[in-house]
Design a protein around this ligand. Sequence first.
Ligand code: NAP
Length: 251
Amino acid sequence: MGRLEGRAALVTGAARGIGAAIARRFAGEGARVCVADLDGDAAAGTASGLPGESYGVSLDVSDRESVDRVVEEAAERHGSLDVLVNNAGVTHDNLLFRMTDEEWASVMDVHLAGAFYCCRAAQRYMVDGGYGRIVNISSTSALGNRGQANYSTAKAGLQGFTKTLAAELGRFGITANAVAPGFIETEMTRTTAARLGYEDFEEFAALRAKEIPVGRGGRPEDVAAAALFFASEEASFISGQVLYAAGGPKA
Ligand code: NAP
C-alpha cells in the first residue's frame, strides 16, 4: 500500500522542477495526480510518465476563473480532492530601487493570489469530504534575501497564510503546512545563476553547496519527500508548520 493510496491530488506548477518531483512521488505512492501548469503540453508530458490515473492540465494560478474550473474538474474526475500542493512560482529579482511595479505585482499574483485562489476553491471539496492536506511551497527567502523584496515577501506571506488555513480548517479534518526549500537545482536556480553572470551552472551550484551544512545542493526529490510527509494521512496532528528543507538549520 502506498502512503497516498486512493487519494486525489492537485499539484500546481508541476510540469517540471520541484512540482514534477512532487507529482512523481505522490503518484508513486498511489495518488491520482492532476498535474497543473502554465504550460499545458508540458504538464501533459509530465503526467504521461506517471503511473495510475494522473493527467495534465493547463492552469494559470493567478487567473481565478481558471483555478475554479480546474479545481472543479479535478474533484469531479477523481471523485474527491484530498491533497493540494501550491507549488507554482516565478522570480522577478531586482534590487529594491530598480524593482518595477510589474515585477512586484506578478510575483504577488502567482505566489499569494495563486495560493489563495487554489485553497479557496479546493477547501470546498475537502470540507465536503471531511479530509484534506494542503502543502504550500515557501522558501528560505522568506527570511530575507537581497534582490528578492517581492519574492521574500510573498514566501513569508505564504507562511502566515498557511498558519491561518490551519486554524480555520482543522475542524474539517484538513491540515495545512508549508515546506520552505533552500537552494534546489532547477530551472529557477539556473535562471538565477545566469542573472548573476555565471556561465557555468555547476560552478554556481558548487559555491552554493559550500554554504550548506550537508555539503550539497538540494534536489527536487528532497522537497518532494517533505511534501509527502505533510500530505500523508499519518501527519493528521501536524498543522500550521513550516519545514525548512535546506540541508541545514533555518528559523
Ligand atoms: P521552476 O523549475 O521554474 O518550475 C516552476 C513551474 O511553475 C514551471 O513549470 C512554471 O511554468 C510554473 N508556473 C509559473 N507560473 C505559473 C502560473 N502562474 N500558474 C501555473 N504554473 C506556473 O521552479 P522550481 O524551482 O521547481 O520551483 C517550484 C517552487 O519552489 C516555486 O514556488 C519556487 O518559488 C519554490 N522554491 C524553489 C527553490 C529553488 O531553489 N529552486 C527554493 C525555494 C522555493 P512555465 O515553465 O510554463 O513558466
